[in-house]
Design a protein around this ligand. Structure first.
Ligand code: PMP
Length: 405
C-alpha cells in the first residue's frame, strides 16, 4: 500500500483537533466531506484578489473570474469525461440538479398517465422532485424495491418499467445502505427501451471515477461538498440531446439571449440553465477539490476504502445486539445500524462526547426507515483520511456506551 494516510491527513487540518476533550473521529463523510487546505486556500486567495461577477463586464477582475469559472467547468468536464463543456451545468448541489431535470424534463416529455421510476432506497432529493413533477403533469411515480440485505431487486425491473416509463432516476450509491447499484446494466437495459436514466451521484462521486460517456447515462448529478469541495456548488451533467429540448428551469439574468417585454429567447447551453449569479467561488473550489482527488492514486484509494469498510463491518458485528442495515455484496463506505435498547439519538450524543461524529436520524431516506420498520438509524460513513485506529476507538466507545444502558 503506497497510500500515505498521515500525509493525506495533514492536508485536512480540521481533523487534527479535540472535540469534547477527545481527538476528533470524523465518521460523517456521507453528509459532508472535509476540505483539503488547497481548496480553502484557493477560495480565499480568489476572494482576496480577484472577486468580480462573471460574464457581465469588460474589466480585468471580471475577465479573470469568468476565465476561472469556465476553466472550473472544463475541469469538471474532463473529470467526468463529458463530451463538451456545454453539457456541464453548475447548480448549487445534487438537490438542485435533480429538481432541474424533474422540472424541465417533466415539462418537455411527461404527460398524463406517463410513469417515472425511482427506487425504494433513494434520498428524498431523488423522490420528492419527481413526486412534485408527477403531481403537476398527472404522471405516476413507481419504485423498484430493495431486498433486506440492501440489494436492489433488479429482477423486478421488467415488471415495473413499462412502455409508459419516460425516465428512470436511481442513486449510484445509497446514502443509507451503502449499496452500489449496477447502474451500467440498468442504463443499458433502459436504453434498449429508449428510456433515459438520471443517476444521483451524490454518494457515487466520492468513491468512483465517473465516465459519463462510458456509462452512457443521460444525466448525472452530484454535489461539491461530498467530494472535498465547498457547499453551495454542484453539477448536473446532461446529454445535449436532452438539454437542448428541455425548457429553462429558472428565469433571470444570464439564461437569456434577448428579452423584450412580450417575449424572451434563451441563451445557449449551459447558460440556459444557469439563471442569476452562479457560485463562481464555489465552482473554483470544486475544481481545486477535483484536482486534489485526481492527484491521489484512485486504485489505492479504492483498496483502502474497501479494506476499511470490511474491517469496520467485522468489528461492529462483534457487538451483541447491533444490527447493520444494508450488507449488499457491492457496498461503499457507509454503515448504518442500531443497537438494541439504545435510542440512536442517545448514541449519537454520547459518541459526540467521546469526540466521534456520526449521523443519526432518518438519513433523508424515510422509505428505507419504513422498509426496516425503524424510526431512526445511526450512520458511520468513511473516507480515505480515516484510520484503522479510529475503528478500534469507535468499537470501544460503542461497547462502553452499550454497557451504560
Ligand atoms: N442524494 C444522495 C444519495 C445524498 O446522499 C444526498 C446528500 N445527503 C443528496 C442526494 C442531496 O445532496 P445535497 O444536499 O448536496 O443537494
Amino acid at each position: 500500500m503506497s497510500l500515505d494516510i498521515s500525509a493525506i491527513r495533514k492536508e485536512f487540518p480540521i481533523l487534527d483537533q479535540k472535540i469534547n476533550g477527545k481527538p476528533l473521529i470524523y465518521f460523517d463523510n456521507a453528509a459532508t466531506a472535509q476540505r483539503p487546505l488547497q481548496v480553502i486556500e484557493k477560495m480565499d486567495e480568489f476572494s482576496l484578489l480577484t472577486n468580480a461577477n462573471i460574464h457581465r463586464a469588460t474589466h480585468t477582475l471580471a475577465n479573470k473570474t469568468t476565465e476561472a469559472f469556465e476553466s472550473a467547468r472544463e475541469t469538471v468536464r474532463n473529470y467526468v469525461n463529458a463530451q463538451e463543456v456545454a453539457e456541464v451545468i453548475f447548480t448549487h448541489g445534487t438537490t438542485e440538479s435533480i429538481n432541474l431535470v424533474a422540472f424541465s424534463f417533466g415539462e418537455a416529455f411527461i404527460n398524463q398517465g406517463d410513469e417515472v421510476v425511482v427506487t425504494e432506497m433513494e434520498h428524498h432529493a431523488n423522490i420528492v422532485p419527481w413526486q412534485m413533477m408527477c403531481q403537476r403533469r398527472g404522471a405516476i411515480l413507481k419504485a423498484i424495491p430493495f431486498a433486506d440485505n440492501g440489494e436492489l431487486c433488479t429482477d423486478q425491473f421488467d415488471s415495473i418499467v413499462t412502455d409508459k416509463t419516460k425516465i428512470i432516476a436511481i442513486t449510484h450509491v445509497s446514502n443509507t445502505l451503502g449499496t452500489v447499484n449496477p447502474i451500467a446494466a440498468i442504463i443499458s437495459k433502459a436504453h434498449e427501451r429508449n428510456i433515459p436514466v438520471l443517476i444521483d451521484g451524490a454518494q457515487g462521486v466520492p468513491h468512483f471515477r465517473i465516465d459519463v460517456q462510458a456509462l452512457d447515462c443521460d444525466f448525472y448529478a452530484f454535489s461539491g461538498h461530498k467530494i472535498y469541495g465547498p457547499t453551495g456548488i454542484g453539477v448536473l451533467y446532461g446529454k445535449r440531446k436532452w438539454l437542448d429540448q428541455m425548457p429553462p428551469f429558472m428565469g433571470g439574468g444570464e439564461m437569456i439571449d434577448r428579452v423584450t417585454l412580450s417575449r424572451t429567447t434563451y441563451n445557449q447551453l449551459p447558460y440556459k440553465f444557469e439563471a442569476g449569479t452562479p457560485n463562481y467561488v464555489g465552482a473554483i473550489g470544486l475544481a481545486s477539490a477535483i484536482q486534489f482527488v485526481q492527484n491521489l492514486d484512485h486504485q489505492e484509494l479504492t483498496i483502502y476504502e474497501n479494506q476499511f469498510l470490511t474491517a469496520a463491518t467485522l468489528k461492529l458485528k462483534q457487538i451483541e445486539g447491533l444490527k447493520i442495515y444494508g450488507e449488499a455484496p457491492q457496498k461503499a463506505g457507509v454503515v448504518s445500524f442500531n443497537i438494541d435498547g439504545i435510542h440512536p439519538f442517545d448514541l449519537g450524543t454520547l459518541l459526540d462526547q467521546l469526540g466521534i461524529a456520526v449521523r443519526t436520524g432518518r438519513l433523508c431516506a424515510d422509505p428505507v426507515m419504513d422498509h426496516f420498520g425503524v424510526e431512526n438509524m445511526v450512520r458511520a460513513s468513511f473516507s480515505f483520511y480515516n484510520t484503522f485506529d479510529e475503528i478500534d476507538v469507535f468499537y470501544k466507545a460503542l461497547i462502553r456506551l452499550k454497557a451504560m444502558f
